[in-house]
Design a protein around this ligand. Structure first.
Ligand code: P1T
Length: 383
């Protein structure tokens, strides 16, 4: 029987074996669309690369291991992975989703799936009661993003899992911001974990890829049917890059979290900063849950400078030199963004502001550079 490995070994070895052809330690990039058959159906387990590809399969096995799941599925992007989950539903089904979530997730739900008759309710999920109040006989799925993008609220995954079980709903958790280094939602009762692997998993801002992981064989079968039938799969090279990235996830995350903690404290004590959203603060409203369900507090944070508005917030991010002004997060390099005009522009302003995404809000993805250089960059930009 295979020895049970710890997380820091699973990132490197989970589901991996030397390649059967020549013993290659890294899975080769099987850049092929198809596979020779000796007779129709006579093949070695691979017939067409939309359905299966050895490089993608190596990644999918690794994804399953690091999330403590039995089945991993890779997609062309995080949104393609979410799209596959939504295709489990039927017209008139209802979904309850986190109110503060990635703008592209909101756009997928409301602009693509609402017109097909699936209904979405956006609820502040920090309150389990508020979620419970919205459940109807038509509710089929709870969609949880935690920590949330960009307000860094933390949602109690176990409480959501209990609610889902009680009402026979599926619970899907977008684990992009935390990564499995910080939390493993399947172990807390989630049915499906989703990743924008574009972020911490791949880790180097060089690939767009999505993932789903589950322990449920029938869900895995339905999702892999959708993966093949709809066809939003990643290519072998992107699968290879993601697998390579995951091998250093634990060492990167440790430094990401250390740097973010230092920057959060620096900003919190800065006389020109109004507020900082980071779940590591004692006074963060969900700090206790974050402490209980996460190994550390992550490397994303958002803040509002004192007296800032749309223009001054943009002026501040434009002044940054080491932080790159860009969408995305989770790479080794630090990024800064202005959610209202970038990542969350597709959410209507009134709805956005209700969850705290005001025009003066700035979001940071803290990288693994020397933290002193990052602080000096913030210092010169804040002025
Ligand atoms: O970009 P893609 O790989 O399709 O993943 C979408 C996605 C899903 N879920 C969360 C929590 C995300 O943050 C994202 C993508 N987010 C950004 C690009 C961003 O800058 O926030």
């Amino acid at each position: 029987m295979e020895k049970k490995l710890r997380f820091n070994s699973l990132t490197i070895h989970g589901g991996q074996a030397p390649d059967p052809a020549y013993g290659a330690v890294m899975p080769p990039i099987y850049q092929t669309s198809t596979y020779a058959q000796t007779t129709p159906g006579g093949h070695k387990g691979f017939e067409y690369s939309r359905t299966h590809n050895p490089t993608r399969q190596a990644l999918e096995k690794n994804l399953a291991h690091i999330e403590h799941g039995a089945f991993g599925l890779a997609f062309a992007s995080g949104l393609a992975a979410m799209d596959a989950v939504m295709k489990l539903l039927k017209p008139s089904d209802e979904v309850i989703a986190t109110d503060d979530l990635y703008g592209g997730s909101y756009r997928l739900f409301t602009k693509i799936f609402e017109p097909y008759g699936i209904h979405f309710r956006f609820v502040p999920m920090q309150s389990t009661e508020k979620v419970a109040q919205q459940i109807t006989p038509k509710t089929k799925l709870l969609w949880v993003e935690t920590p949330t993008n960009p307000m860094m609220n933390v949602i109690d995954i176990t409480a959501m899992a209990n609610l889902a079980k009680h009402h026979k709903l599926l619970l899907a958790v977008d684990n992009t911001f935390a990564s499995p280094y910080l939390q493993q939602p399947l172990t807390m009762g989630a049915d499906i974990v989703m990743h924008s692997a574009t972020k911490y998993l791949a880790g180097h801002s060089d690939v767009v890829l999505g993932a789903l992981i589950t322990n449920d064989a029938s869900l895995a079968e339905r999702l892999s049917f959708i993966q093949n039938a709809s066809g939003a799969v990643p290519g072998p090279f992107d699968s290879f890059l993601t697998l390579r990235g995951i091998k250093t996830l634990h060492v990167r995350m440790e430094r990401h979290c250390q740097n973010a903690a230092t920057i959060a404290q620096y900003l919190a004590h800065h006389p020109k900063i109004e507020s900082v959203n980071w779940p590591g603060f004692d006074h963060h409203p969900n700090h206790t849950i974050a402490q209980a369900q996460m190994k550390d507090f992550g490397a994303m944070l958002s803040f509002v400078p004192k007296g800032a508005n749309h223009q001054t917030a943009i002026a501040l991010v434009e002044k940054l030199k080491l932080f790159t002004l860009a969408e995305s997060l989770g790479g080794v390099e630090s990024l800064a963004g202005h959610p209202a005009s970038m990542t969350h522009a597709s959410i209507p302003k009134d709805l956005r502001e209700k969850s705290g995404v005001v025009d003066a809000l700035i979001r940071l993805s803290v990288g693994i550079e020397d933290v002193q250089d990052l602080i000096e960059d913030l210092e010169q930009a804040i002025g």
